[in-house]
Design a protein around this ligand. Structure first.
Ligand code: ADP
Ligand code: MG
Length: 626
């Protein structure tokens, strides 16, 4: 028997390996199985180029054998095996990858499916095992060898008997510690679980003897135990299958199996790209909002696979925030991984994939909106708010992408419409896209400010969510049509005749308005004749950037900044109340003060703003009654 030392650097590396490279112990199985898969791939490539080798799919597999008495877990493969020299170079030198060398030497078209590249994965077995034994017989060789190591001490190599070509890796599991148990790696359910998680899509069968207990017929107390060899991985990932071989049900099953959600997804997107970067992806648009979606706890991201092996559960970089509701996975053979194969080396490829996916999602949503409006509305009900946040956030960086996906309730259609639909219906003399803000559709419908715009036959968009007006302000315009609040000072369609009439009335009553303004000092910026009111006596409008709705939203924020809208009190000159104001102005100043306060408070109520002194307000009401 020859006893050899690991090289000095290797010793330290091995120590690091065992203690710090991997985040979880269970990873060792992923690494060993990946190596076996590579070994079978190599035989397959040889078969492609050498007529003497026949590759019968059934002859190639990986098998896991757990022996509870010996506390060993053995991983057997029928792959290419290793010669004595290969055992020494590939396993005796850490960071030496026979697989990388193989890939470089064999420029086969399919060469990219080989997983190994760093030459460290094998040593992860020392995370769970005290002794690692490798028995291997290489293709084309008559001798088999046993390599054995207890870790840092080095390794031994000696000849052994082995009938068939391939490799067996025997892991003598560590003794259980007080806080660490290694027994789990002997349990059938646990092995199945780990394989499902990381190695489900290894292209060769991973077999395991599974025991089942059956009751003997006619005898309640006797059971018969049968052991059956099962293949525990799915082998071909659904995303590598041809789209037309798959049914809706297949996609829905995958969604459920992967626990992406409990709902039925509204849409799935299966895409396979073979360009500058190669990847396959299956994405889902869920139907219902995850319970924590609009909370800090929610984590966005897609599952990331490299060559069918799971690398990351939630890769956040693959999704922009405004599409954070998307679930699914991406598999790419072109990712540069770091040594633990858990983290990406650099994210150039990832950024490219993310950019492509973003475009894809946008287009798919667009087509859903066009071709299946009901479904789109269900989707929008759940995630529309996120899209509007997307328009607003990052200083509007994504607004161009999102402007056609957002919708608002329309006064004309009595349902949600897109901005494109609104603009297509605009009257010839209509300059602006009008909108009104409020707590609910019902409330906006009763807003006096909407009267004149509706009277002109113009459509109004009803903005009822906090984010809405901020998004609209960020958009500024849609296809060169600017947005205009029905409460803004200038509505943009007053006829000349009406203009001069208002100017006249304003001039005539300027002392009255001056006095009212003084009475409301600090509360409103101005009191003026209204051009927009028809039947209502009074309303508020605003000057400047901040609207009343925005003032409310900002006031409700935790770091409330006391931003106030500049309010104007508008009086309808055609309402009888106006006459009463004029009379009071000339004959009874006390009454004028009473009326002014009442009207101001009414205007606040209409806007859904609180009145400062409700008791005084009700007392004032009583004063006009008696
Ligand atoms: P990597 O897989 O990144 O190359 P590993 O440390 O996992 O690194 O494995 C080192 C090398 O050992 C592999 O490249 C391969 O040449 C060889 N090897 C490991 N396991 C097997 C196996 N089951 N059959 C054949 N060769 C193997
Ligand atoms: Mg490996």
């Amino acid at each position: 028997m020859e006893k050899k030392q690991f090289q000095a650097e290797s010793k330290r590396l091995l120590d690091m390996m065992i203690h710090s490279i991997y985040s979880q112990k269970e990873i060792f199985l992923r690494e060993i199985i990946s190596n076996s898969s590579d070994a079978i791939d190599k035989i397959y490539y040889h078969a492609l180029t050498n007529e003497d080798i026949v590759f019968n799919q059934e002859d190639y597999y990986i098998k896991l054998v757990a022996n509870k008495e010996d506390r060993t877990l053995t991983i057997i493969d029928t792959g290419i095996g290793m010669t004595k020299e290969e055992l020494e170079t590939n396993l005796g030198t850490i960071a030496k990858s026979g697989s990388l060398a193989f890939k470089n030497e064999n420029e086969t078209k399919d060469g990219h499916t080989i997983i190994g590249q760093f030459g460290v994965g094998f040593y992860s077995s020392f995370m769970v095992a005290d002794v690692v034994t490798v028995i291997s017989k290489a293709l084309g060789s008559n001798e088999a060898y046993k390599w054995e190591s207890t870790g840092a001490e080095g390794y031994t190599i000696e000849p052994v008997e082995k009938a068939s070509i391939g490799t067996e890796i025997i892991l003598k599991l560590k003794e259980n510690q007080e806080d660490e148990s290694y027994d789990e790696f002997l349990e059938e359910y646990r092995l199945k679980q780990i394989v499902k998680k990381y190695s489900d899509f290894i292209r060769y069968p991973i077999k395991l003897d599974v025991s089942t207990r059956k009751q003997i017929e006619g005898d309640e107390n006797t059971f018969e135990e049968t052991i059956e060899e099962q293949t525990i991985n799915s082998m071909i990932p659904i995303w590598r299958k041809n789209k037309n071989e798959l049914t809706d049900e297949d996609y829905h099953n995958f969604y459920a199996e992967k626990h992406y959600g409990f709902d039925q997804p509204i849409k799935y997107i299966h895409t396979s790209v073979d360009g500058a970067i190669r990847y396959q992806a299956i994405l889902y648009i869920p139907e219902s909002i995850p319970f924590d979606y609009y909370s800090k706890e929610f984590e966005k991201g897609l599952e990331l696979y490299s060559n069918g092996v799971l690398i990351m559960n939630k890769c956040a970089e693959l999704l922009p925030d405004h599409f954070s509701f998307v679930k699914g996975m991406v598999d790419s053979e072109d990712l540069s991984l770091n040594i633990s194969r858990e983290i990406l080396q650099q994210d150039r490829q990832l950024k490219l994939i993310a950019k492509n996916l973003q475009k894809k999602i946008k287009n798919e949503l667009q087509s859903l909106q066009k071709n299946d409006r009901d479904k789109y509305e269900t989707f929008y009900q759940s995630f529309g708010r996120q899209l509007k946040y997307g328009v607003y956030s990052d200083f509007g960086a994504n607004k161009e992408d999102l402007k056609d996906l957002i919708m608002f309730y329309s006064s004309k259609e009595k349902k949600s419409v897109t901005l494109a639909e609104y603009v297509s219906r605009m009257a010839e003399d209509q300059k602006y896209i009008y909108y009104a803000t409020g707590e609910s559709i019902e409330r906006i419908e009763k807003l006096p400010q909407t009267e004149l715009v509706l009277d002109k036959g113009f459509e109004i968009l009803y903005l009822i969510e906090d984010i809405d007006e901020f998004a609209i302000k960020m958009l500024m315009n849609y296809n060169e049509k600017e947005f205009k609040s029905v409460s803004s000072g200038d509505l943009g369609f007053e006829e000349d005749e009406k203009q001069s009439q208002t100017a006249e009335a304003e001039e005539e009553n300027k002392d009255l308005f001056k006095e009212m303004k003084d009475l409301l000092a600090g509360k409103v910026k101005d009191v003026k004749i209204s051009k927009r009111l028809k039947s209502h006596p009074v309303c508020l409008s605003t000057d400047g950037e901040v609207s009343i709705e925005m003032e409310k939203v900002l006031a409700a924020m935790p770091n409330n900044q006391e931003v106030k809208a500049e309010k104007l009190l508008e009086i309808n000159p055609n309402h009888q109340v106006f006459q009463s104001l004029k009379n009071a102005f000339t004959h009874d100043k006390e009454k004028l003060a009473l009326y002014t306060n009442l009207l101001y408070n009414q205007a606040l109520l209409i806007e859904g703003l609180p009145i400062q002194d409700p008791v005084e307000f009700t007392n004032d009401m009583c004063k006009v009654m008696v």
